[in-house]
Design a protein around this ligand. Structure first.
Ligand SMILES: *[C@@H]1O[C@H](CO)[C@@H](O)[C@H](O)[C@H]1NC(C)=O
Ligand SMILES: *[C@@H]1O[C@H](CO)[C@@H](O)[C@H](O)[C@H]1NC(C)=O
Ligand SMILES: *[C@@H]1O[C@H](CO)[C@@H](O)[C@H](O)[C@H]1NC(C)=O
Ligand SMILES: *[C@@H]1O[C@H](CO)[C@@H](O)[C@H](O)[C@H]1NC(C)=O
Length: 373
């Protein structure tokens, strides 16, 4: 009898212990912090799966190398992890930021990061109209405002504020579509291009982005990473439709990107002074991707021009990646997964630089330093 009672007691104590441990684990996990991810298809982790849109990536063979889904498509526009996924892992976050529109993006899940990014989205509301639906930055920030209130409910106002200010990283990867699927798009935007000079359009982009970043600041974002626009003139799509040679890139597209990037850098420096207590880190995606394209062989790639998955033209750059596309067998040897997006292999190199890299690519500090501030 005594034996049994003791046994029950031991089991009870064990259960209580485990419950305490589990609770600690939740608080410890919170200690790693969260990523709140905004932007376009470079970091979309599945929001567009829930939209009526022409921009979709939840079709094979996208995701073929994504281990967490067993190689099934998830809505990520690449073969494996996005830069946002890899950065989250590198910062020690317990799981990938959950897509805001996913049904499981509820309860404590939102404390481990939420992803608002949407394929086709841009800084401007009108960007990506060609896809019918996508979440533009204004809407993504509106959604964060809803999440913000949920975090208050979960943690209480004061802990919520500290958690967001101190333990959360706000990453913004946007701008490419404002050029590719707005300013540079034939027919649909011809009006904009005639009525707005590149300078005026870039002014417009930056004043909207400034307002979006300021809104996030008002909602207690303090640690930001903002990516510039990559060499959009060198993606397989642009090279194919412009019938370029292997080592050429579309000059106008790259020129616009560089013009925007120079102004973005200045604006971020200004915001670092104006927004009290905020740190805005600048990610030089343009130079980073350009380095991969120029010296691809140094990084173990066999091509930086031909898409692994896609069809049409010299660089497989016209028809997007899908079940009927041809696909390369050496996926980690291609800088580009599809006509627009880098492969997981390229994302790994880019993410490593953002996490612990050089001021040439990430300044005034890298992401591990930003986390530990
Ligand atoms: C939420 O659902 C998505 C899509 O089904 C899945 O990939 C993800 O792992 C889930 N996240 C959590 C926190 O359960
Ligand atoms: C963009 O759309 C959002 C949401 O519909 C709206 O709140 C915002 O005012 C719009 N922005 C502009 C510049 O029209
Ligand atoms: C942020 O967190 C660190 C360690 O977790 C702590 O030392 C620091 O005081 C916190 N900073 C603020 C502003 O709360
Ligand atoms: C957040 O939403 C509330 C309405 O619920 C609104 O009053 C407030 O201005 C919004 N904040 C930002 C920064 O957009």
């Amino acid at each position: 009898m005594a034996m049994t009672n003791n046994y029950v007691l031991v089991v009870l104590l064990l259960v209580i212990n485990l419950m305490v441990l589990a609770n600690c684990a939740i608080d410890d996990d919170l200690g790693f912090g969260a990523s709140y991810i905004f932007g376009d298809s470079l970091v979309d982790a599945g929001n567009n799966n829930y939209l009526q849109t022409l921009s979709k990536a939840n079709i094979a063979p996208n995701g073929i190398d994504f281990k967490a889904s067993g190689g099934n498509p998830t809505g990520r526009y690449t073969n494996g992890r996005t830069i946002g996924d890899i950065v989250g892992e590198g910062l020690g976050q317990p799981h990938y930021a959950t897509p805001y529109l996913a049904p499981n993006c509820t309860g404590r899940t939102i404390l481990y990061g939420v992803n608002y990014a949407s394929g086709g989205g841009g800084i401007m509301n009108g960007t990506g109209r060609v896809f019918v639906n996508r979440l533009s930055m204004d809407i993504q920030v509106d959604y964060f405002n809803i999440t913000r209130k949920e975090i208050d409910k979960l943690l209480g106002q004061s802990k919520a504020r500290d958690y967001l200010r101190n333990k959360s990283i706000f990453s913004i990867t946007v701008g490419s579509n404002d050029f590719l699927n707005n300013y540079l798009l034939p027919v649909l935007s011809i009006g904009t291009r005639i009525s707005e000079s590149p300078d005026a359009f870039i002014d417009d982009l930056l004043s909207h982005l400034r307002a979006q970043l300021t809104r996030l600041y008002k909602l207690d974002a303090r640690k930001f990473i903002v990516g510039n626009v990559g060499p959009i003139g060198c993606i397989p799509y642009q090279k194919t439709i412009n019938q370029l040679k292997e080592n050429e890139c579309v000059e106008l597209a790259n020129k616009l990107a560089l013009q925007y990037n120079a102004r973005l850098k200045d604006m971020l420096a200004q915001l670092n002074k104006e927004l009290d207590g905020a740190t805005l880190v600048h990610a030089n995606v343009f130079d980073l991707v350009m380095e991969l394209i120029t010296n691809y062989d140094k990084y173990g790639f066999v091509t930086a021009t031909k898409a692994c998955c896609g069809n049409g033209g010299q660089f497989a750059g016209i028809i997007p990646c899908g079940p009927t596309s041809s696909m390369c067998s050496d996926r980690d040897k291609h800088v580009f997964w599809d006509p627009y997006h880098p492969s997981e292999a390229a994302n790994l190199i880019i993410a490593k630089q953002l996490l612990e890299g050089d001021p040439k690519y990430i300044s005034p500090m890298n992401l591990k330093q930003l986390r530990d501030l």
